[in-house]
Design a binder for this molecule. Structure first.
Ligand code: RUQ
Ligand code: CUA
Length: 648
């Protein structure tokens, strides 16, 4: 969410609180629909605020009664010993990580550290991740998207953004480890990202914040001279390919299914720096980037500029009539944009307007050619509720939109919404279901692919309020699981999560096939192998202490349950010590690690893996090192001693 959202979030939360006390459905007044969540009111909402603003203690949450006509699933329970149907890939938000959640059980299976430091695995402190992260210690991930082939996931990579540091990372699906992190040049608030869907081609990312960039006419004090960038990264090589310079910031990103366009919602087209200035105009935009024109311009050098000493070509598209970007006017402050699984529609959502703007993708060529106006690409604007943010799909022609202020998921029919545009007797709304509370993203199983299967939907609620045991002022988020397999949505499960998953995708499990034993390839192993060559070492078999200089030592050791091949070594005070451990075990799940006590050194070494960490032996004395992962009956005996000799 943007800072502006955050500003309004508190107000909205208060409003929401009042509504909870006065009968939440009443807020919509006559438009209030009977929703299968047990709270129904036809009273006008927003009654007087009680003098004591302490919320009334909630009654024991009543299970949501859902009548027949609901989904096909009696329960989301996955019995002991059985496996989930989907890999849920969750953004970890401010935690800077990715999480893997089994769906439908909602069991958290793993955390993949990316932009954060992780005490369990040593990520952020081991030599390889330190090289990727530099001195950055934190990140803010929002959007997780796997790579595609032929309109569906190909199970190779996962891409994720870091809004705080303007970065994009890639995780390999075989090892479930991050292998690349790219810093977007001049990427202020890199927010929406989306890969191309016809193959692992480009990954697009949006700068949410406009900023003073090194171009003529820029005044750091004057936000009206700021610009933003739509950036393309090659998903195979993680090289930066090009950037497009625009005015107006960009929020969410999406791609079509054919590789012709990328989309970005643009709010604050006024280029204001304060809330009031950001709300001055009547309309904002959905930007459509014409990829063929942009790549041709980059190849020919037309309209290409350079920013500072960045080598990345930048196409200047700030002119409102630029041939590279189509600006489709939409209601103020759009947020999400999602493309339907049939590839026909891009749906931009209002956030402040209660409507969705449905753009027919087939009309875009005509609009780029100038034969129709950009606004003629909008074929419907159904009214869905207050604060629509994101849309998911079931592959049966229905869309599911998260409605932040109303705290509902609105199920609606796309074809009916288009028909209703010219016939107001048609109601495209199928059902609204309460979610708890203040839903941000929503996503459905395989929703972002042509294989959207309409089984499960997640509502990622920003507030959980009374839904869980009180754990202090910082509440868990509530990622609710909804069965969408039937005509009516049925709420199945409350999923508490550590703040703050922004988005998630659900990938059918046969698509993702992680390995069980480390395959020793990729940039991390390239680094170890280069050291081993230099020192004449075979990593999988050799254990040796090598003094590299007067002040540095490299220690290679293997481990096999329940011992390290090296049980003692000597260094001198002040030495920089690099420990490189290779786990020789080839038994699935037989993970070891290495912890040097009192030196902040602790990392994981999986079967057949190697990992390294470097530290300074700054105090003389004897220090135990041990294996921190319970690997064997004699795990506690798996240890050794480092002797640090004082320097004269
Ligand atoms: S955003 S709650 Cu960072 Cu994806 Cu919409
Ligand atoms: Cu190896 Cu514990």
């Amino acid at each position: 969410m943007s800072r502006k959202d955050e500003d309004t979030k508190a107000t909205e939360a208060t409003v929401a609180e009042e509504r909870i006390q006065t009968g939440r459905r009443g807020f919509l007044g006559a438009a209030g629909l009977v929703i299968g969540a047990g709270v129904v009111s036809t009273l006008p909402g927003c009654g007087p605020k009680p003098a004591d603003s302490t919320p009334t203690p909630p009654a024991t949450p009543t299970p949501t009664p859902e009548p027949a006509g609901g989904g096909a699933h009696a329960s989301n329970e996955v019995p002991p010993g059985q496996l989930d149907t989907y890999y849920g890939l969750w953004s970890g938000g401010q935690s800077g990580e990715i999480r893997i959640v089994g769906v439908p059980s909602m069991r958290e299976l793993k955390r993949i550290p990316v932009f954060n430091r992780d005490s369990a695995t040593g990520w952020g402190r081991d030599d390889f991740s330190k090289q990727l992260l530099g001195n950055r210690e934190s990140g803010d991930t929002h959007h997780v998207h796997p790579s595609y082939h032929g309109g569906t996931y190909d199970g190779r990579f996962i891409f994720v953004n870091d809004k705080a540091g303007g970065r994009v990372a890639r995780v390999r699906c075989d090892t479930m480890e991050c292998d690349h992190i790219v810093t977007v040049p001049f990427g202020h608030g890199t927010h929406g990202i989306f890969p191309q869907r016809h193959h692992t081609g480009l990954v697009f990312c949006n700068s949410e914040f406009q900023a003073p960039l090194p171009i003529p006419g820029t005044n750091p004090q004057d936000p009206h001279t700021y610009s933003a960038l739509h950036t393309a990264i090659d998903g195979e090589t993680m090289e930066l390919k090009w950037q497009v310079l625009v005015d107006g910031n960009m929020d969410l990103c999406a791609t079509d299914y054919e590789g012709k366009y990328s989309f970005a919602t643009c709010y604050n087209s006024e280029r204001g720096a304060h809330l009031a200035d950001m709300m001055a105009a009547e309309k904002d935009f959905l930007y459509v980037f014409n990829l063929a024109r942009i790549t041709a311009a980059v190849a020919a050098g037309t309209d290409v500029i350079r920013l500072g000493d960045s080598p990345v070509p930048v196409v200047d598209a700030r002119n409102a009539n630029s041939p590279y970007v189509l600006r489709i006017p939409v209601p103020k402050s759009p947020h999400g944009v999602n493309v339907s699984p049939d590839g026909k529609y891009a749906i931009a959502l209002g956030k402040l307007s209660p409507t969705a703007s449905i753009v027919e993708i087939a009309k875009l060529d005509a609009a780029f050619a100038g034969t129709i106006q950009p606004i003629a690409c909008i074929v419907a604007e159904p009214e869905l509720g207050l604060g629509p943010l994101h849309t998911a799909f079931d592959g049966r022609g229905n869309a599911y939109t998260s409605i932040f202020i109303d705290s509902v998921i609105c199920k609606w029919n796309i074809a009916k919404a288009i028909a209703a545009h010219t016939d107001d007797t048609i109601d495209p709304i199928v059902q609204k279901i309460d979610v708890h509370y203040q839903v941000g993203h929503t996503n459905a199983s395989m929703s972002e692919t042509k294989d959207a299967d309409g089984k499960w939907l997640i509502a990622l609620c920003k507030f959980s309020k009374d839904r869980f045991l009180n754990v202090g002022p910082l509440h868990p988020e509530n990622d609710q699981l909804i069965d969408i397999s039937g005509e009516r949505m049925v709420l199945m499960h409350d999923g508490p999560t550590y703040p703050e998953p922004h988005d998630c995708v659900m990938v059918e499990r046969s698509i993702i096939n992680p390995i069980k034993m480390m395959t020793r390839n990729g940039p991390r192993f390239d680094m170890y192998e280069a050291w081993a060559r230099e020192d004449g070492i075979t990593l999988l078999t050799d254990t040796r202490v090598i003094r590299k200089s007067d002040t540095s030592v490299r220690v290679y050791m293997t481990s096999r349950a329940p011992s390290f091949a090296l049980t003692e070594f000597n260094v001198k005070q002040g030495d920089s010590v690099q420990i490189i451990v290779t786990n020789q075990d080839s038994v699935e799940d037989l993970t070891h690690g290495f912890c040097m006590t009192h030196h902040d050194v602790n990392f994981v070494v999986n079967p057949q893996d190697t990992r390294s960490m470097t530290f300074v032996a700054d105090r003389p004395g004897m220090f135990w090192y041990y294996c921190p992962w319970f690997c064997h009956a004699l795990h506690l005996e798996m240890r050794g001693r480092m002797f640090v000799e004082a320097r004269a």
